[in-house]
Structures are given as structure tokens and as C-alpha cells.
Design a protein around this ligand. Structure first.
Ligand code: SF4
Length: 193
């Protein structure tokens, strides 16, 4: 079975690995979450119009860009739509993502994971190095964050993908999240034992 995982599915897995079991192995949708994602998507598009993108690209040293690019890789088991695929003046490439959000350190790890997934997809599809990514926080005066992808980040990321594949392909039942607060709000709490 050819499994392609999206960054949002990976982020849900990091939130609680049992989401992968219920959503992607047992195929029980988590409706509230999906609705939220749709709403967020619309807001992001509205907000992007307010950004001076040329200024941002100049700051980064961009020599080429493609927008809203769908990329996938069977080898990496990944898929996703990248807001902007950038070519930089040193010949390398990088993803750029817009977040309709304030910059918060607590969310940095999540956004880093997403950016890394896009960076790996870019490198695989374009055959060029992608050793960093960029995120723009539209609610923090378009704060631009540069994220460096280290080998350890890539190794950790690949372990996460392997764990997800084990769940989806073999039905491995992962441990619960250690956070009881997450369980209180969870749509799966009645079937999660
Ligand atoms: S109830 Fe808790 S452990 Fe179970 S899926 Fe939800 S968050 Fe995860």
C-alpha cells in the first residue's frame, strides 16, 4: 500500500499517536478538527493579501519562486501543498509558509516539523539541497523565522514516519498521550482505552 502522509497528519500524530491509529488505521474521522482546519485555511488566504511579499523575498535572497505547489514522494511517504517553493541566491531551495498566527515558542516545534517535511519534499522533487525553511507569522507583523534543518531533525522525523507506518500498515496500537488535558477534549475519548 502506497501511503503518503501530510504534515497535518504528522502534527496530529505528535499531539497524540493514537490519532494516527483512529484516523488513519481504523478510518474514524475526527470531524471537529477538520472543520477547524478548513476555517484556518480560509483565514490564511485572506490575510496573505496584506503581506509585502517582495520585501520578504528580497530579505531572504530569493531568485525564484513557485506558489501553492503540490509535492509528493513515495520514497519519503510524504505529500503536501507548499505555500511557496523558493530558490535562493546560493542555488539551494527552501519552503516558505504563512501562518495566520502570532509567533509563539510553544508552536515552534510544530511549525518546524511542517517546514522540515516540505524541505524534504522539495529536495526530493527538485534534486537540490534544502537545508532551511521560512515561516511568516502574519499576526506578529509578518515576523519572519528561519528554521535550520539539522541531520538530527531529519533522523527524528524519519523515526516518526516509521512509527506512523507501523500503525497504519500493521495496526500497531500506540501508547496514550501522557497529557490528561488532551484526553478531556478529545473526540476519541469514549473509544480510547
Ligand atoms: S483520548 Fe487521549 S490518548 Fe486517546 S486519542 Fe484522545 S488524546 Fe489520545
Amino acid at each position: 500500500m502506497n501511503i503518503l502522509l501530510s504534515p497535518s497528519e504528522i502534527i496530529e500524530h505528535l499531539y497524540c499517536p493514537r490519532f494516527t491509529y483512529f484516523e488513519l488505521y481504523l478510518i474514524i474521522p475526527e470531524h471537529e478538527e477538520k472543520r477547524f482546519k478548513v476555517l484556518m485555511g480560509r483565514e490564511v488566504h485572506k490575510d496573505k493579501a496584506q503581506i509585502n511579499k517582495d520585501y520578504l523575498r528580497k530579505k531572504i535572497g530569493v531568485t525564484g519562486k513557485e506558489t501553492e505547489v503540490y509535492l509528493s514522494s513515495e520514497k519519503l511517504h510524504l505529500k503536501g501543498i507548499v505555500d511557496e517553493v523558493l530558490t535562493l541566491n546560493d542555488g539551494s531551495m527552501a519552503p516558505l509558509d504563512y501562518k495566520f498566527a502570532e509567533y509563539k515558542e510553544t508552536q515552534y516545534k510544530t511549525h518546524k516539523t511542517q517546514s522540515l517535511a516540505y524541505g524534504m519534499l522539495i529536495s526530493e522533487n527538485y534534486g537540490k539541497p534544502a537545508s532551511k525553511g521560512f515561516v511568516v507569522y502574519t499576526r506578529s507583523r509578518n515576523k519572519l523565522i528561519e528554521i535550520e534543518f539539522k541531520q538530527k531533525d531529519i533522523d527524528d522525523f524519519q523515526k516518526i514516519i516509521e512509527e506512523m507506518l507501523l500503525i497504519i500498515q500493521k495496526g500497531y496500537y500506540p501508547k496514550k498521550t501522557s497529557s490528561k488535558a488532551k484526553c478531556e477534549d478529545c473526540a476519541y475519548r469514549n473509544i480510547c482505552v
